[in-house]
Design a protein. Structure first.
Length: 570
């Protein structure tokens, strides 16, 4: 048993101050994510047979799993991992989209005391190689279609000995240490006793992009889940309520998909809908899913909402009966908020957080006013302030950096994996710095003003420029490269690359497409530069470094696209 009450916040509270000041954390000494979100429900006769997961994919395949099913399958998966010699503290990567095996793998990993490394299927060679190597992952679970790419990487990953494949092994035969997911489950005993984990024991490493150097792995403890619950309950208007059913298009490889949706919903024994799509987000498909599965609660990122708002008559054409919508990643306009109210009869609650310290600020429409453009107010249990460069809280109306007080807050990451310097730089005293600039008004609402560093926030993804610049420099036509954010109506910002062509190469739309495809194939499909501008000379510091800040400021000030650029904005 988790020791966490099913409800943390009393729905009878009537004011923000009442709920914020009256909240106290209840963190048990022993805690395991898998036991909390799955096993305790499976052991409850009233919940064991409840559907936990509705699944559908782009081919029309459908299935569903109860909490009893999830417990049995994840027990077997934990046994499979143990049979491969994996032991407490080992890292195991999950390279899967939304599908039942993704959730089963995570639960089995936690039951054995391993550390999950969630990875998006959008990653390509360079991105995967770094994360798998840096984490020291000893195993991975993948779809069969990822095997060709993974096989290229394995010679450079000596620690990775176990490869578990869903949807069957390739016809040409399996490599050493490769297992078929379904066959492996059938070969082990059905019962498994989870290891005992403390709330502070590590559970997962989630990689977040930085502005310099390689991506950083935020190491999180099992208590991480508990830290999400106050914000989750309030952003979904005192979740759970009778008939609630959850859905999100957010990738389960990110903190948003895992902790703001899947595990948070399961903590309360509420079912979630999973859809394994193919290609870009489809607003029509989203509405069909919500109608078909009677979805009542949704986490829909801003870009997806904007795409839905471009379609006419959604409210008439689909019988969508939402109770709540939560969104996060960038501020929504008053027009988008009004559209959701008119179309679905729901006031969107926006939230704010980051991989290291998530779900810390937001809204709860029944409890306090939603102010368009604001990030919201700090959620109960999270001490958030706007601070100066010395870490001193500023007065209302003064711009500074958003910071979060560590204290007893369970949502805090433990450290950056194998990067003590970056961990130290994250803090000023007990204040963790987010890198986001904001002002706080007299009522406690936070208003985002920009990034202190060069992180690009695009369609909800936080993207560091360094990895992209390194990938660009591996293209033979690129002599110098710098990457910045460029304003975009749909995504908030897009990745823009400034490129100096190598000798013998002439700027053209075709060259831009070749460079874009190169980044897609070597790094990640969501990180490629959607716009490329060619420069003969770059602004440089006295030490010869590219002045990325100057390029970023130039881009913000520009009112029209440059003549010497090639643009690909689907």
């Amino acid at each position: 048993m988790s020791g966490v009450r099913p409800r943390e916040i009393d729905p009878r509270v009537s004011a923000y101050g009442e709920v914020y000041e009256g909240f106290r954390w209840q963190i048990p000494r022993r805690f395991n994510i898998a036991e909390d979100v799955c096993d305790r429900h499976a052991d409850n006769p009233e919940l064991a047979g409840r559907v936990a997961l509705y699944f559908e994919d782009y081919t029309g395949r459908e299935s569903q799993l109860t909490f009893r099913d999830l417990k049995a399958l994840s027990d077997r998966f934990a046994s499979v991992l143990g049979s491969r010699g994996l032991t407490r503290g080992d890292r195991f990567a999950v390279l899967l989209p939304q599908r039942p095996e993704t959730a089963i793998a995570h639960l089995g990993i936690y039951k054995l005391g391993l550390i999950a490394v969630p990875l998006t299927v959008l990653f390509r060679r360079t991105a995967l190689l770094y994360r798998l190597g840096h984490s020291g992952a000893k195993g991975i679970i993948v779809e069969a279609e990822q095997l060709e790419l993974l096989s290229e990487l394995l010679p450079e990953l000596p620690d990775l000995k176990t490869v578990i494949v869903v949807d069957g092994l390739p016809p040409g035969g399996a490599g050493e240490g490769w297992l078929d997911f379904q066959a492996a489950l059938e070969e082990v005993a059905g019962e498994f006793t989870p290891v005992v984990t403390g709330a502070d024991d590590p559970a997962m490493i989630v990689y977040t992009s930085g502005t310099t150097g390689n991506p950083k792995g935020a190491l999180h403890a099992h208590r991480f889940l508990i830290g999400h619950l106050p914000g989750f309950e309030l952003s979904h208007n005192f979740f759970p309520q009778p008939g609630d059913c959850f859905w999100t298009p957010a990738d389960w490889a990110w903190v948003g998909g895992l902790m703001d949706a899947l595990f948070a919903a399961w903590h309360y024994g509420v079912p979630i809908v999973a859809y394994r799509g193919k290609g870009a987000f489809d607003p029509e498909r989203a509405c069909r899913l919500m109608e078909k599965y009677r979805v009542r609660n949704a986490f829909i990122p801003p870009t997806a909402l904007k795409m839905m708002a471009q379609l006419t008559g959604l409210g008439r054409r689909y019988q969508v009966n939402l109770r709540t919508i939560m969104s996060g990643g960038e501020a929504l306009s008053a027009a988008t908020l009004d559209w959701a109210q008119e179309t679905f009869g729901v006031r969107i609650n926006e939230i704010y957080g980051q991989t290291e310290i998530n779900y810390i600020v937001g809204n709860c429409a029944p409890l306090w006013e939603v102010r368009p453009g604001s990030m919201g107010r700090p959620y109960p249990g999270h001490r958030v302030a706007v601070v100066d460069e010395e870490g001193q809280p500023l007065q209302p109306g003064q711009m500074g950096e958003v910071a979060v007080l560590r204290g007893a807050d369970p949502v805090f990451f433990i450290e950056y994996w194998r990067n003590p310097q970056a961990t130290r730089e994250k803090f000023i005293g007990d204040w963790a710095l987010t890198g986001d600039l904001a002002e706080q008004d007299d009522d406690g609402y936070l208003w985002f003003k920009g990034r202190k560093d060069d992180v690009i926030i695009s369609a909800g993804h936080r993207i560091g420029p360094t990895e992209i610049e390194e990938a660009l420099l591996h293209h033979p036509a690129v002599a110098l490269a710098a990457v910045v954010a460029s304003p975009d109506a749909l995504r908030g910002s897009i990745v823009k690359a400034f490129v100096k062509p190598a000798p013998g190469h002439t700027p053209s739309a075709e060259l831009s497409r070749q460079i874009q495809d190169f980044v897609k194939d070597t790094l990640a499909r969501h990180e490629y530069p959607r716009e490329i501008e060619y420069l003969d000379e770059f602004p440089l510091t006295t030490t010869g470094k590219i002045r990325r800040l100057e390029l970023r400021q130039r881009e913000l000030a520009r009112n029209s696209a440059p003549a010497a650029s090639a643009t690909d904005r689907p």
